[in-house]
Design a binder for this molecule. Structure first.
Ligand SMILES: [Zn+2]
Ligand SMILES: [Zn+2]
Ligand SMILES: [Zn+2]
Length: 327
């Protein structure tokens, strides 16, 4: 995968010839990194990237009986400790990561290394004090809200209250669209986009990606395969609403990138200022075929995007939309 200009020395694999000539020139061989030519050549090329969709819960798994305790993803997230989370992002090569759905404990973890981490705030939107709790985290330094993964509809009055908060604090909102389960009512969401034109919404998850296809019906399931006909709701709204964005996170993002490569390539190019890189991987290591991030790199490499589009998708859109200072 070509992700860097050929003159970029920081990531260029070291060839045997380079290694030998560099070693010969060095007056102090001990100053060189202990790379063998073989190990350098086998290292996979990884794009420098900002991960805007990552999870961690330093406080551990959700409390039994709490709203999030019913979400297997949240339970899995809670099993990963601080060291595993740091290692995961280091192994995948993330320059900077945004932890979603943070709580005060995880926010303290992130704030110990602000050059690498930022947080989005989220509390269950149907909690009576959701707005106050989210606002408290925004005041502590959260740079966005989400991901909203709620048992109420995406346009429920309690959701609108959260969107008002996003408007007032001028921060983006990340949405998990999965009809009938989380944030139901996707087909009505354009009204929210119209009601909050200054709020940047970032779409993700099964219903979001299923609706790239103009011919999608729920009967096709949550992870539809096969050719895509352009012009689905997702595709149209990204074109029509300047305040709508998306991230490529999770298996749903990987499915959308791989089910019809020709469509996916055209989609990313068409929405090159709107697509952000996110992983949503909850594996413990950040290496190997079970890592969602690793598989996403492979899926994106198959699209053969040019350097300009890759730079936007992997880094620059995140810097702009999330107003990142450290990354
Ligand atoms: Zn999600
Ligand atoms: Zn997520
Ligand atoms: Zn992983």
């Amino acid at each position: 995968m070509t992700t860097h200009p050929s003159h970029c020395d920081c990531c260029r694999p070291v060839s045997r010839r380079d290694f030998i000539s560099t070693a010969a020139l060095a007056t102090a061989a001990l100053a060189l990194p202990r790379l063998s030519a073989a190990s350098a050549a086998s290292a996979p090329a990884q794009p420098p990237f900002i991960d805007i969709h990552f999870h961690h819960n330093s406080a551990g798994a959700p409390i039994p009986g709490s709203k999030d305790a019913n979400d297997p993803t949240m339970v899995a997230i809670g099993k990963r400790n601080d060291a595993e989370v740091v290692a995961h992002q280091k192994n995948t090569g993330a320059l900077f990561s945004v932890i979603l759905s943070t709580n005060e404990v995880t926010m303290a973890f992130a704030q110990r290394d602000p050059a690498r981490w930022a947080c989005f705030a989220r509390e269950p939107a149907d909690d009576t004090d959701a707005r106050q709790k989210i606002e408290r985290l925004l005041k502590k330094g959260a740079i966005g809200i989400g991901e909203m993964k709620e048992t109420i509809a995406c346009d429920a009055p309690q959701m609108l209250q959260v969107f008002e908060l996003a408007r007032d604090y001028d921060v983006p909102v990340l949405m998990h669209f999965e009809d009938t389960l989380w944030c139901d009512g996707f087909s009505r969401f354009h009204r929210v986009l119209e009601k909050f034109p200054t709020v940047k919404f970032i779409g993700h998850a099964q219903t979001w990606w299923s609706n790239i296809n103009k011919n999608y019906t729920p009967a096709a399931g949550k992870s539809p395969k096969g050719p895509v006909t352009a012009g689905g709701l997702t595709d149209r709204w990204l074109a029509d609403y300047p305040n709508l964005y998306c991230d490529l996170a999770a298996n749903s993002g990987n499915n959308a990138l791989t089910r019809d490569v020709e469509f996916a390539r055209a989609f990313v190019i068409r929405h090159q200022d709107k697509v952000l890189f996110g992983s949503d991987c909850i594996c413990a290591t950040g290496v190997g075929p079970t890592c969602i991030t690793v598989r996403k790199f492979e899926a994106l490499a198959a699209l053969k995007l040019d350097e300009k589009v890759q730079a936007k998708m992997y880094r620059d859109n995140a810097r702009r939309v999330l107003k990142l200072k450290a990354a």
